[in-house]
Design a protein around this ligand. Structure first.
Ligand code: XMP
Length: 319
């Protein structure tokens, strides 16, 4: 892709010019955006870049491991892997309001990141994988007066607090352009084409109070759903597919036993930028097969429903 090759060259030159010989810290979230930003910045300034991956324990199955392997083994980019699952779960304990959960996660992310930054001896710049839609969505909604629908947690607030400059090489790009840039930089296709994943992770896919048990249940069920979408060849035509573990238990029957277990909602949407979206029209038979597999294989879930709401009026995530 010639456009992305040109962008790559231009941007690496700009980064070098902006940071000179200073040190840059990059917080990896496990997602595509921060990974692409980190690889691009590493290309520009090499080991002046220090990456910190804060593992919240709220990621999809195997995701943390994949990020660490990609950076350490494939790119040879040094990376500090902070395992903070317990910290995040204890901060979330007892919280059930969506904004309260987001704020708690955002704040904890900053605390954990800041502590690691200190251990690394600080830095003059902070790198972020902010995209163009993040820039506009965080300013206003529908072009109207500024209304916060959801406070997107990235590492907002941190640069001011630590007195750092910001390096945001993806600020002018949309998601599909970030993916093209990622491919241009040699990131594996399976990684680059992964569906978007919110910073607060599974915490906002467990409406109400979050627990380790619920996160584990959701991770198992979600992995089955995504595997089946891949097998069906639908992964790349869907913008985002995921499961939501509802805070509702219903009665079911398994063999000759009565069950009283959780309900799982499946979501899949098409979209070009996440600002508007349509529910994906799966074949009924596919949804039945997903439901059967999840209920058979994941103890604790006995009912599966499909979300047909578009955005607007719904949002993509449930919280
Ligand atoms: P909504 O749910 O607002 O989501 O329709 C639009 C897109 O943004 C993602 N999303 C988030 N990303 N922090 C993030 O980094 C967040 O707090 C957050 N909330 C939603 C969502 O997954 C979708 O791609």
């Amino acid at each position: 892709d010639w456009t992305m090759a040109a962008f790559r060259e231009e941007m690496t030159a700009k980064i070098r010019e902006q940071v000179g010989s200073a040190r840059v810290l990059c917080g990896l979230s496990g997602g595509v955006d921060s990974a692409v930003a980190a690889v691009l910045i590493h290309e520009a300034i090499g080991d002046q870049l220090h990456c910190v991956f804060v593992d919240t324990g709220l990621m999809r199955k195997d995701e943390g491991r994949q990020v660490v392997e990609l950076f350490r083994n494939h790119y040879n980019i040094p990376l500090v892997h902070v395992q903070a699952e317990e910290t995040f779960l204890s901060v979330l304990d007892g919280l059930d309001d969506p904004e309260a959960k987001r704020k708690a996660i955002g704040k904890t992310f900053i605390d954990v990141f800041e502590a690691e930054a200190k251990k690394l001896g600080g830095a003059d710049f902070l790198a972020q994988g902010t995209l163009y839609p993040d820039v506009i969505e965080s300013v206003s909604f529908d072009g109207g007066p500024s209304v916060t629908i959801k406070s997107h947690h990235n590492v907002g607030g941190l640069p001011e607090r630590m007195n750092m400059g910001l390096v945001e090489p993806l600020r002018e790009l949309f998601k599909d352009e970030v993916r093209a840039l990622g491919r241009e930089l040699g990131l594996p296709d399976a990684f680059v084409s992964r569906h978007p994943f919110p910073g607060p992770g599974l915490a906002i896919r467990i409406p109400g109070a979050v627990s380790k048990e619920k996160a584990d249940l959701l991770r198992e069920a979600d992995a089955i759903y995504l595997d089946m979408i891949r097998e069906e060849g639908l992964y790349d035509v869907i913008w985002q597919a995921f499961s939501v573990l509802l805070p509702v238990r219903t009665v079911g029957v398994m063999g000759d036993e009565r069950t009283y277990d959780w309900v799982l909602a499946l979501r899949a949407v098409t979209s070009t930028d996440g600002m508007t979206a349509d529910s994906y029209p799966f074949e009924h038979d596919f949804l039945s097969r997903v439901s059967t597999r999840i209920i058979n294989e994941v103890r604790g879930i006995n009912r599966v429903v499909y979300d047909v709401t578009s955005k607007p009026p719904g949002t993509i995530e449930w919280e």
